[in-house]
Write a protein that binds this ligand. Structure first.
Ligand SMILES: [Zn+2]
Length: 161
């Protein structure tokens, strides 16, 4: 079972790579990848008290795959934003790959995301606020972008207590 030690941490070069799409013939592997993401996220929640979603590359799985579990588990395969609002908002972001650090960033207030679910069915969700910024954060991981790279300015970093 995967755990805390399996998460890639800030500075690991794999976190800066652009991930490959999941191919339909890889669908049988997705459940195993999702299980690993689920287990690691559970370990992070226990250790640090946060964690709503995780991107596959954070475990070194270089695939365009996101797992979110807030009220229920949701798997986003090959997600794409089809809409991002002009309106932005600021927040202190956190990330399991830099668990002691908060980073102040700007995110789009509203977004629409299109993706395939674990049955390879196309889904489209409209997101606002918390969910919108969460999916923008996770999507960035698929393009090798960390929230540290979106810091608003030099003072947009805060250590967690
Ligand atoms: Zn993250």
């Amino acid at each position: 079972m995967k755990g805390l030690d399996d998460i890639l941490l800030l500075g690991d070069p794999r976190l800066y790579e652009v991930c490959e799409p999941v191919e339909q013939e890889e669908l049988s592997q997705v459940a195993g990848w999702v299980q690993d993401m689920h287990d690691v996220m559970a370990a992070i929640r226990t250790e640090y008290g946060f964690g709503r979603a995780i991107a596959a590359p954070q475990l070194g799985i270089m695939k365009r795959l996101i797992y979110m579990n807030i009220d229920k588990p949701v798997v986003f395969i090959n997600p794409e934003f089809t809409y991002l609002s002009d309106e932005l908002f600021e927040l202190w972001d956190d990330c399991m790959s830099l668990p002691m650090l908060f980073v102040k960033v700007k995110r789009h207030q509203k977004a629409t995301i299109k993706f395939l679910d674990e049955k390879w069915q196309e889904q489209e969700w409209s997101l606002e606020g918390d969910l919108s910024e969460l999916l923008q954060h996770e999507y960035d991981h698929l393009d090798g972008i960390l929230c540290t790279m979106r810091a608003i300015d030099d003072q947009s970093f805060k250590w967690r207590r």
